[in-house]
Design a protein around this ligand. Structure first.
Ligand SMILES: [Zn+2]
Length: 344
């Protein structure tokens, strides 16, 4: 039995069964009516024609039909359409002015990495959001929410490392997560830690997991190499301070270090590599013929970026600087003594 089939069975199941397991998030707080069951079933099947006719017929009958009704798996018609990647149905539901509550639809679309739906839902949010009010994903009832309150669209997109969605969100003004220091004693941190210390630690992990996304670093940082080095250093410190979550922080650190090292693969010529390694944001731009200061390499040593320093391109450059006064050193042949020769 696949998921869809099991879901259809759940929807079609007897009302008595549904009463037992149904947790309502709609204001009417009642079990699904038969028309709502039919509605959800057709939403799951992607039958736009039936959905339109149900909406038209029951538009003025709120006691029997709520467009935001949810199935026993707590999925509304909109969520089913997003999960099944049915863009026609999503458009139909979003264009419907009939009290649609989007709720965490945007987060579901990001989780599914469904770019087209993310764009549609962002447009819907822009049209319906009133200044000073919470966004639709922030007003979800926490007891039935699928995502914790610290998960914002940008954090989730960064967890998925989806370049396109991260760009969409940053272009619309999404802000980066700013986790407080692990020793921070501000009111917010003290309160959050006292209320739920596990949630407090996990929120920090979620924020750092987002900041470690290579796509997010590339899109948001003016100096991705420096950002990656500094982040790797922070993660190293955190892995020691929050030792219970050491494995999580170490995984993030290796992801960030791999990203910084992989930037070296993009250097196609010695000149490009030299420009990259001699870059000094505070000094003057390095030009060919000047003494190489290798500021970036010094920075890598400071932040203990072993993989970066050991990269073959860096080692090749170092060797060529070392043998600068010995032209053609690579063509020189050196006959290593062979032990077998001495025995004869
Ligand atoms: Zn704080």
């Amino acid at each position: 039995m696949d998921v869809t089939e099991s879901m259809e069975n759940l929807i079609e199941g007897s009302t008595e069964d549904l009463n037992d397991i149904y947790v309502s998030s709609n204001p009417l707080d009642r079990p699904l009516s038969s028309i709502e069951k039919t509605f959800l079933l057709h939403a799951e099947r992607g039958d736009c024609a039936t959905i339109t006719s149900i909406i038209d017929e029951y538009r003025n009958n709120p006691n029997e039909f709520d467009i935001n009704c949810v199935d026993p798996l707590n999925r509304s018609a909109l969520i089913a359409a997003i999960e099944n990647e049915n863009i026609e149905l999503i458009k139909l539901l979003l264009e419907e002015k009939f009290k649609l509550r989007n709720q965490d639809g945007l987060l579901y679309a990001i989780k599914e990495e469904y770019v087209e739906a993310v764009e549609l839902l962002l447009n819907w949010e822009e049209e319906h959001h009133l200044p000073g009010e919470l966004y639709s994903w922030e007003i979800v009832d926490r007891s039935s929410a699928s995502f914790t309150s610290d998960i914002t669209p940008l954090i989730l997109a960064a967890h998925k490392n989806n370049y396109e969605i991260i760009k969409l969100l940053l272009d619309r003004g999404a802000t980066l997560p700013m986790p407080h220091d692990v020793r921070c004693g501000c009111d917010e941190c003290v309160k959050s830690s006292r209320t739920d210390s596990l949630r407090h630690s996990q929120a920090r992990i979620n924020a750092y997991k987002a900041l470690s996304s290579p796509s997010l670093i590339s899109l948001s940082s003016n100096d991705p190499l420096l950002t990656a080095f500094e982040l790797s250093w922070d993660l190293r410190r955190l892995s020691r301070m929050e030792s219970e979550f050491r494995a999580d922080y170490n995984n993030m650190r290796s992801q960030v270090e791999t990203f910084a090292t992989s930037l070296l693969d993009h250097a196609r010529t010695s000149y490009e590599l030299e420009i990259m390694l001699n870059y000094d944001p505070e000094g003057e731009t390095w030009v060919v013929g000047e003494r190489q200061t290798l500021e970036r390499l010094k920075l890598a040593i400071k932040y203990k970026q072993k993989a970066f320093i050991a990269h073959p391109n860096v080692q090749q450059l170092l060797a060529s600087i070392w043998y600068e006064g010995l032209p053609g050193f690579r063509r020189k042949k050196y006959n290593w003594p062979r032990f077998s020769d001495s025995s004869t």
